[in-house]
Design a protein around this ligand. Structure first.
Ligand code: SME
Length: 205
């Protein structure tokens, strides 16, 4: 099957649990070839986003579905310049330490930096410091929500935690937005946390 076919959702899939199990299994196949996070997270964002687009009746209000799926990752994971000298660029200096930078995503353009230290910003920053999934049924009622897209009504953010040598290392977050209020529920949280675990163990960090 061509790679794009991974985001098709068979008509036999009716429930969210079945849907997330299907997406998980498709992703496992897609990320099987290599372990670079840029490539694997790119396909993960596209697969989740396009699968949700293909299965709208169970998300949001059926008419207004998911509008963004992507990753924010700690800035130290990103490649350092090899061919230019960015050391004097104030934009490079400003965002050192553990702030998150926009990673692979599907959807409209989004904010590039999300601060986690000294003060966490937005739903993403909160999920990062709490190290647990944050489910937001109505973003207008969430203090500090970062509105990258004024059309977004609800959101879920799942942390990416690498467990290594008895230590939990925060890598970033997986963020999904929906155009309807109450777009995500506990089934989505279970499905996304399982996918986050697959993503973490499928890449070299
Ligand atoms: N709404 C997020 C920011 C990222 S965008 O939704 C793509 C937040 O409050 O952290």
């Amino acid at each position: 099957m061509p790679h794009a076919g991974a985001s098709l959702v068979p008509g036999s899939i009716k429930t969210k649990s079945e849907f997330w199990a299907h997406v998980h299994d498709q992703l496992e196949i897609l990320v099987g070839g290599q372990r670079h996070w840029v490539s694997n997270l790119s396909n993960a964002a596209s697969l989740i986003y396009n699968s949700l687009q293909a299965f709208p009746s169970n998300f949001g209000d059926g008419e207004r579905s998911v509008n963004w799926c992507g990753f924010y990752l700690i800035s130290s994971l990103f490649p350092q310049p090899q061919f230019t000298d960015a050391s004097m660029d104030p934009k490079s200096q400003m965002h050192a330490s553990t702030n998150m930078l926009l990673g692979p995503f599907s959807g409209r353009p989004a904010c590039q930096w999300i601060e986690v230290s000294p003060r966490p910003r937005g739903v993403c920053g909160d999920a990062f410091v709490k190290r647990s999934t944050v489910l937001v049924p109505d973003v207008s009622a969430y203090r500090g929500h970062i509105a990258c897209d004024g059309d977004t009504k609800s959101e879920i953010v799942c942390p990416l935690i690498l467990r290594k040598g008895g230590e939990d290392i925060m890598l970033g977050v997986l963020d999904l937005d929906c155009l309807a209020i109450g777009g995500f529920d506990a089934d989505d949280q279970v499905g996304l946390e399982r996918i986050a675990a697959l993503i973490i163990r499928s890449c070299d960090w």
